[in-house]
Design a protein around this ligand. Structure first.
Ligand SMILES: Cc1cc2nc3c(=O)[nH]c(=O)nc-3n(C[C@H](O)[C@H](O)[C@H](O)COP(=O)(O)OP(=O)(O)OC[C@H]3O[C@@H](n4cnc5c(N)ncnc54)[C@H](O)[C@@H]3O)c2cc1C
Length: 452
């Protein structure tokens, strides 16, 4: 009996929802093997990421372990390095010992998401912080606490102001929500530092367009700006961050802002693995058909942020959002199943129901079924919708508990990881790596281990 091998690369929204579809159906069959490869063993619920930075939620609240969600799909925690389309193999590196693994596939679904794009600005790349991963959010919160501690020991006022200035580049969803979260956190935490005062804090968002949150339209973008300004956030429009040296942020018009923190949310690129593929692309994303099949390569499929998915009857592409990624993941899994079972494929169609953003201090902005609303109701709606969408009951209950405690007792302001912890952890990992590598010398494989 020939086994059909399906490999999914990337366990985010699109990859996990595709895997969940296979888990219920194809992966139970003896003649089909489904493997999900991802470099984290959890799915990160990005819409709540800024709440971790704000100290409203703990990192563990917004991630779900893939192994607990999937029963029949095999999971491998590895970093995809390269894909050989002719040999139909995918090469990965796994574990602390940098083990090389290879997988053969009949169908390969690419759902590798996107990576931060620094537009070749080396200073920004080296000195800014990003807001894409769980560790980004946890580290940002730690950084804010560490900077408050450092500022409380400084006697020079200019140095204190520089330490307590936070600039965000990009006023899209991620940038605006993060700015609101940072502003809430530092302004509410500073009262525990008697040596400091709130007027030393400066929070700035720099956006190239005429209004922030362009995804929600001008009216809501201007409302969000008004609300952020009421909370003392400076909104600089029509400018870009042009440089950062870790001390001063320089804008495109030459303005300088002394700041110890630049949060970069101003651009993404598809994964470098996608860039290597000799396939047709649209602004770096893999061009797929209405069935989510990569043009010109049989058995290669893509969904989510790394795919350019055409909107039917329009000359445009679906936007890169989690709500699209989830639906594309399910549709592509159904189409791979249909291909294997010799059935007809279905086109991807989806009309977005709405968009919601939380901008701090119990305020939100929303556009649902074309109706725009804002304020506390929008914030409450934001929390309710995303709580429903968060996978697994256990996590929903944890988040509800955290939010309730937060309402009564305020956010937590301790450092979760100190510099000493990071040094200790990297030392431990280096020792484990050295021991594992020397232990495996005798059984060293000439070629990567082929796992299927
Ligand atoms: C801060 C923030 C807030 C957001 N808020 C919202 C929101 O409110 N609503 C909304 O709809 N969207 C939101 N988004 C966008 C949303 O997160 C993305 O559109 C969505 O995650 C795309 O899903 P995906 O499956 O394509 O990619 P991802 O969810 O990014 O998943 C990609 C997966 O592939 C893995 N991976 C990548 N490269 C490799 C490799 N080489 N080897 C192995 N594994 C790899 C990654 O670790 C990840 O698990 C937000 C994004 C951010 C960053």
């Amino acid at each position: 009996m020939k086994t059909t091998r399906i490999v999914i690369a990337g366990g985010g929204f699109a990859g996990l929802y595709a895997a969940m579809h296979f888990d219920k159906r194809l992966a139970r069959r003896a003649d089909v093997e489904v493997t999900l490869i991802s470099r984290e063993n959890f799915i990160l619920f990005t819409p709540m990421l800024h709440e971790v930075a704000a100290g409203d939620l703990y990192p563990g609240d917004i991630v779900n372990p893939l192994r607990r969600i999937l029963r029949h799909v095999k999971f491998v925690d590895a970093d995809v390095q390269a894909i050989d389309l002719n040999a139909r193999r995918i090469r990965c590196i796994a574990s602390v010992a940098d083990r090389e693994l290879e997988f053969e596939f009949d169908h390969l679904l690419l759902t590798l998401g996107s990576e931060t794009n620094f537009f070749n600005m080396n200073g920004v790349r080296d000195w800014s912080v990003t807001m894409k991963s769980l560790s980004d959010a946890a580290l940002l919160r730690n950084r804010m606490v560490a900077l408050l501690e450092e500022a409380s020991l400084q006697s020079d006022e200019a140095a204190r102001r520089q330490l307590l200035t936070f600039v965000t580049a990009g006023g899209g969803f991620s940038g605006t929500e993060t700015t609101g979260a940072v502003n809430d956190f530092v302004r509410e935490t500073v009262r525990y530092y008697p040596q400091l005062s709130e007027d030393l804090i400066r929070v700035v968002v720099v956006h190239p367009g005429n209004f922030i949150l362009p995804e929600l339209g001008e009216e809501l973008g201007r409302y969000a700006e008004h609300k952020l300004r009421e909370r003392k956030v400076e909104v600089i429009k029509g400018q870009r961050v042009a440089n950062y040296d870790g001390v001063v942020v320089t804008l495109s018009d030459g303005t300088s802002i002394p700041a110890a923190t630049l949060i970069w949310t101003a651009g993404v690129n598809p994964s470098p693995v996608i860039a290597q593929l000799p396939c047709e692309k649209e602004r770096g994303r893999l061009l797929v058909s209405e069935y989510l099949a990569v043009t010109g390569v049989p058995g290669l499929w893509a969904a989510g942020d790394c795919a350019a998915v055409p909107i039917l009857d329009a000359e445009n592409f679906h936007p890169p959002t989690a709500q699209h990624g989830i639906r594309e993941g399910v549709t592509v899994a159904k189409n791979i199943e249909a291909m294997i079972l010799d059935r007809s494929l279905k086109s991807f169609r989806y009309k977005m129901m709405g968009q919601l953003a939380s901008i701090g201090h119990h305020t939100g902005v929303a556009m649902v079924f074309g109706i725009k609303f804002s304020g506390f109701i929008a914030w409450w709606f934001w929390r309710s919708v995303y709580l429903m969408k968060l996978p697994r009951l256990a996590k929903k209950l944890r988040v509800m508990a955290s939010w309730t405690l937060d309402l009564f007792f305020g956010q937590e302001i301790e450092q979760m990881i100190t510099v000493r912890d990071i040094e200790a952890l990297s030392g431990q990992l280096a020792r484990i790596r050295a021991r594992t590598k020397s232990g495996s010398e005798e059984t060293k494989h000439e070629r990567p281990i082929a796992l299927n």
